[in-house]
Design a binder for this molecule. Sequence first.
Ligand SMILES: C[S@@+](CC[C@H](N)C(=O)[O-])C[C@H]1O[C@@H](n2cnc3c(N)ncnc32)[C@H](O)[C@@H]1O
Length: 271
Amino acid sequence: MNKIDEVKNYWDNRPCNVRHSKETPGTELFYNQVEAKKYFVESHIPVFADFSKWKGKKVLEIGCGLGTETINFARAGAEVTAIELSTGSLDLAKMRAKIFGLQDKIKFFQGNAEELNTFINFEQFDLIWSFGVIHHSPNPEKIIQQIRYFMNSQTELRIMLYYKYSWKVFWILMKYGKGKFWKLKKLIAQYSEAQIGCPVTHVYSKSDVKKLLKGFKIKEIHIKHIFSWKIPEYKSNVYKKVWYFKWLPKKIFNWLEKRFGWHLCVKAVLQ
Ligand SMILES: C[S@@+](CC[C@H](N)C(=O)[O-])C[C@H]1O[C@@H](n2cnc3c(N)ncnc32)[C@H](O)[C@@H]1O
């Protein structure tokens, strides 16, 4: 099986955030619970997306997953084109648009973002949004190349990539790798997601991002997200902090998060 099929299978088997609710997938309650949990634990996402800014604008979302941001861009009045590799995820995102009566505001396409121009028509967008996707594709640089075709001098690119020098990478190395740093690449892919065995997970330093976005002007890079909850309780929607984060003063936690968070949030335009 080639790598992109492995990636597709992985996300088909368990679409991202599908376990955020125990309700039947595809019901209104399910989607509401998924959104509530996602934005509780990743409250920086709506801030980074700034949904209301895109009212009346054209938004292209790369890797929409279950469509949590897709639906919120549409709710805010944007005209959204959403693409996704995983058919299982895309079906749930499409159903979501129907349930919330937003199907006329969103065009969905299934495909590999590395070949974007083979399955969506040429159009220039105001915002290209991709949260936690590009680092899961075998050839991230191909996605960036593709994205450029759909941008003009006014288009803003907002992406989230996993950060190499993060608490999460250190935690994976120590917890699962027992410090075996030479196995780090494999360990990261294996343990980066809620479900083990992700076939592709790249991580980036700030200078890796600059290389990836050659020809772009980076307007902002900020680091967010240290997951601080006890996992078994978190799975049952009980939010208890692990002891070392529980006792850490908020100020110090914020300081750490800004430097060693897992999410590199990048805003860029064409140069
Ligand atoms: C961690 S999930 C994020 C989904 C969504 N952006 C969110 O925040 O909920 C990663 C998603 O990227 C999609 N993906 C990975 N590689 C892709 C590619 N080459 N083209 C399109 N989608 C891709 C996966 O199918 C998966 O749904």
